[in-house]
Design a protein around this ligand. Structure first.
Ligand code: BTN
Length: 258
């Protein structure tokens, strides 16, 4: 039987972080798998690597999905990132073009970030006990105030407000589809679609790692979700999160014009 994501939605006006709320309540509540915790406002919205997540009250989608993928070996946990990113990208892509997934799981429109994903897994031996998939999707916010480098919202891109609930339902349908593929072992379809949508895939671009700046071509990811970039000597380098920086694309264009 396939799992329906979002059959139960817990709506909160304010919380510190929907991910934190899910993590602290999961033991006490008898939530069915696929329960979504949604908030209008977060006082301490969390981004990746200790960053905060900016979201004006009532303007955007802020939610966490509670999954219990006991069938998934820890080594394959990046598949959860892939299906959540694919689901958000499909929702955004139904409104605007040029949608891509910036490794590991930022959702971009052109060169701007419209959504971020924070997945927190708790482990049980070699398996995943719970996976809390937090999503911040910028929908109706008109201005961003934080130091985040390149945020954008659907409002800014389309000039219109969009009902948050409609996008949440669309997302839940997409994730139900992809979660079914994951639980039934159809992972090559997930891998292919994720790779196809990767930001800058197949294009020469500038990157920076611990050895310095270099030009390379992003190829995809390996089984454990490390990013693979081929450098100009045809060497394939692999990176964990934060071991490589995507340099602005205009640097490369300028260098070529000169
Ligand atoms: C990123 O840095 O790109 C990840 C951002 C994730 C933000 C969402 S908002 C809902 C959920 N609760 C949180 O505290 N963070 C995630």
């Amino acid at each position: 039987m396939s799992l329906s994501i979002g059959n139960k939605i817990v709506k909160l006006i304010t919380t510190d972080s929907t991910n934190n709320y899910a993590k602290t309540q999961i033991g006490a509540e008898n939530w069915p798998e696929g329960t979504i915790i949604q908030a209008e406002y977060q006082t301490q919205g969390k981004g990746q690597i200790g960053n905060s997540w900016e979201s004006e009250a009532g303007k955007n989608l802020l939610c966490s999905i509670v999954l219990t993928p006991h069938f998934l070996p820890i080594l394959n946990q990046f598949l959860i990132s892939k299906i959540v990113a694919l689901s958000v990208a499909q929702v955004v892509g139904s409104f605007v073009g040029e949608v891509s997934i910036k490794w590991p799981n930022d959702i971009y429109v052109g060169e701007k970030k419209i959504a971020g994903i924070l997945i927190e897994n708790s482990l049980m031996g070699h398996r995943i006990e719970h996976s809390i998939a937090g999503i911040g999707l910028n929908i109706n916010q008109e201005r961003f105030l934080s130091a985040a480098p390149n945020p954008v919202s659907l409002f800014q891109l389309t000039g219109k407000n969009h009902p948050i609930e409609v996008l949440l339902n669309q997302f839940a349908d997409q994730l139900s589809f992809w979660y079914e593929k994951l639980s039934s072992g159809q992972t090559s379809m997930i891998d292919t679609r994720y790779t196809e949508q990767l930001f800058r895939r197949g294009q020469p671009a500038r990157y920076q790692d611990h050895e310095g700046e270099f030009e390379g071509i992003l190829l995809g990811v390996n089984e454990i979700g490390q990013l693979l970039i081929q450098d100009s000597q045809q060497k394939i380098k692999s990176y964990h999160f934060k071991e490589v920086v995507f340099l602005p694309q205009h640097d490369l264009t300028k260098r070529h014009i000169i």
